[in-house]
Design a protein around this ligand. Structure first.
Ligand SMILES: Cc1ncc(C[n+]2csc(CCOP(=O)(O)OP(=O)(O)O)c2C)c(N)n1
Ligand SMILES: [Mg+2]
Length: 379
């Protein structure tokens, strides 16, 4: 038997529209209105400022550990801008800018990281899943949603997110495979920030790009500059249109670098080179996007001042609302431990719930019910 060559088509595109000097490739510039561009900048900056304030709150012990999103704002902002409200948004945990765009509030985020599950209740009017911390598990939810939509004949798309570390999870393989085989309308947006806590990319995968993994599953893959919000938007927009038209899933790798700690419980100085972090910090997405907007006449000192004031008020109000809400018993009732897993609570758990209710002197709450949320979600 001779050895023969099987030809496998391999082509991975790399897309960058706004380079790190804020020079735009006019031929590739997406058609976004001035209003949309200003909105994107405002929400990316709001995520950035919130990150800084949340860090202070965490250090003061007012919220718990949380993952910062500084430097990653372009990824979820660009991707979520490509969606309609009726599409599905399925985040991991570094998608604050995109979630704010979808209607989640900073109060939700603060409550969540302060330990209250009410912060996970999706806003009305959008098809969103809450933040998902178990690595890669959200990819299966997204693939399942996509497959269900195919069965029902819904023509929406799903955008979901994963990190470079998530590509090593079995769940990731299963989700990619099911989505590709069943042509689920899912866009897998990989935030390749080159670190999974202290594990570098070189210890995560033996190949050069995340995007090329798509070839093995039989779906298109593309690598984009993850610090270029226009490139992320353009690539995800194209993938979403293809998904809606029945063309199945796409893997969009967004190349960036984690310029902050993994979470507030981490110290990257122990394993990252200061020099590399500085190099990437100079390429972060907001600097170049602000310059692009100034060059286009959308942003100037006056507009910047208004945006800063709006963000400051939003953050201050959110912190005040969180402080007010966590004083109420409604948020931290131990009986809620029993309330989310089953539509109908099994008798053995009902018995335990009754016992706890009695112990807490809350006998009148002895039947399982969904607690009143800060705002009712649509799911
Ligand atoms: C199933 C599972 N295993 C382990 C963890 C602990 N953990 C939290 S974040 C993380 C690294 C994830 O790295 P990556 O996918 O690159 O995402 P990044 O944090 O860089 O955005 C790990 C191992 C977890 N949350 N879930
Ligand atoms: Mg990572």
């Amino acid at each position: 038997m001779p050895r023969t060559i099987l030809e496998v088509k391999q082509k991975i595109e790399y897309l960058s529209i706004l380079n790190d000097k804020a020079e735009v490739d006019k031929a590739l510039e997406p058609k976004l209105t001035n209003e949309q561009l200003k909105h994107m900048y405002t929400y990316m900056l709001m995520a950035r400022r919130a990150d800084e304030r949340f860090l202070n709150l965490q250090r003061q012990g007012r919220i718990g550990t949380f993952p910062q999103t500084t430097g990653h704002e372009a990824i979820s902002m660009g991707a979520s801008m490509a969606l309609k409200k009726s599409d599905w948004h399925v985040p991991a945990y570094r998608e604050l800018a995109g979630m704010l765009h979808r209607g989640w509030t900073l109060v939700d985020q603060l409550l969540l990281w302060a330990g209250y599950e009410q912060g996970q209740s999706p806003p009305n009017g959008v098809n969103d899943l809450p933040i998902c911390v178990p690595i890669a598990s959200q990819l299966l939810h997204a693939a399942g949603i996509g497959m269900a939509m195919n069965i029902k004949g819904d023509k929406h798309a799903v955008v979901t997110y994963l990190g470079d570390g998530a590509t090593s999870e079995g769940d990731c393989h299963e989700a990619f495979n099911f989505a590709a085989v069943f042509k689920a309308p899912v866009v897998f947006v990989c935030n390749n920030n080159q670190w999974a806590i202290s594990v570098p990319l070189s210890r995560q995968m033996g190949c050069e790009t995340v995007a090329q993994k798509a070839i093995a599953y039989g779906m298109p893959g593309i690598r984009v500059d993850g610090n270029d919000v226009l490139a992320v938007y353009a690539a995800v927009h194209e993938a979403v249109e293809r998904a809606r038209a029945g063309g199945g899933p796409t893997l969009v790798e967004c190349l960036t670098f984690r310029i902050v700690a993994h979470t507030t419980a981490d110290d990257p100085k122990k394993y990252q080179k200061e020099e590399t972090r500085k190099e990437w910090a100079a390429k972060e997405p907001l600097i170049r996007f602000a310059k692009y907007l100034r060059d286009k006449g959308i942003l100037n000192d006056e507009v910047q001042k208004q945006i800063d004031a709006e963000i400051e008020t939003t953050i201050r109000d959110a912190i005040a609302k969180m402080d007010e809400k966590i004083k109420t018993d409604e948020l931290a009732n131990p009986l809620y431990t029993f309330d989310y897993l089953y539509a109908e609570i099994p008798p053995f758990l009902q018995k335990q719930r009754d016992e706890l209710a009695h112990y807490l002197g809350k006998d009148k709450e002895s039947s399982s019910k969904q607690p009143n949320h800060a705002h009712a979600g649509s799911h």
